[in-house]
Design a protein around this ligand. Structure first.
Ligand SMILES: [Zn+2]
Length: 212
């Protein structure tokens, strides 16, 4: 059994969503300056790095990240790999994958993962996302958690229809996965977002365990 860390490292160099403040990690107590311990202050958007979206992200009456069910966040997850030629995950692309009936959690590995492997430092607006037809397909097939390997599950500037379809069905969305070192297949997912009260999202460490 091997453990795969599919989480991005958060640092001031992290790629952030256009318009979000950059990450700031400030050590405000320093041993070298006489303090008895080092201590750091964090300042970042809740949607930084590898994170979870809660329904409240798009719905005023939606659940916050602290209310998401651990039953959904932990369990078997299918890593589904799309060909490099796939530019958008639509219903047709999903149909081709023959996702087995009863699958509850899917993590999409696309050409986006190569961006993390290559350590591309600038935001890439041409990333692969799920369009609204793809989102409706996932809802209709009973998927309860969907993850993607870039900073949004929806194509750039098309956030609302995809997010509304997914979050409206109480699906958990994971964004910012680095799946570059993971092959397609079935894994045990552990996704544990920071328990921020009533928040629209939160960074989370995510690991997959499975056969090497
Ligand atoms: Zn998000």
């Amino acid at each position: 059994m091997k453990i795969f860390d599919v989480t991005l490292t958060i640092s001031p160099e992290s790629i952030t969503w256009p318009g979000d403040a950059p990450v700031s990690l400030q050590r405000f107590r320093k041993i070298e300056e006489g303090a008895n311990a080092n201590a750091t202050r964090m300042d970042m958007a809740a949607h930084t790095g590898t994170h979870v979206d809660a329904p409240y992200h798009f719905f005023m009456d939606g659940k916050g990240v602290d209310q998401l069910s651990l039953d959904i966040l932990v369990g078997l997850a299918l890593v589904v790999e799309f060909d490099e030629a796939v530019e958008v995950i639509d219903a047709q692309a999903l149909e081709k994958q023959n996702i087995p009936a009863g699958t509850q959690r899917v993590l999409f590995k696309t050409r986006n993962s190569q961006l993390w492997a290559k350590q591309v430092k600038e935001f890439q607006p041409g990333f692969v996302g799920v369009n609204v037809e793809g989102a409706n397909y996932l809802v209709q097939h009973g998927i309860r958690l969907v993850g993607i390997d870039y900073l949004s599950v929806s194509p750039y500037k098309k956030s609302r229809p995809t997010h509304e379809a997914l979050l409206g069905a109480e699906m958990v969305i994971i964004e910012g996965l680095d799946l570059s070192s993971v092959c397609a297949g079935l894994y045990q997912l552990y996704c544990l977002p920071t328990k921020l009260k009533d928040a629209d999202g939160a960074p989370a460490r995510k690991i997959l365990s499975g056969d090497d």
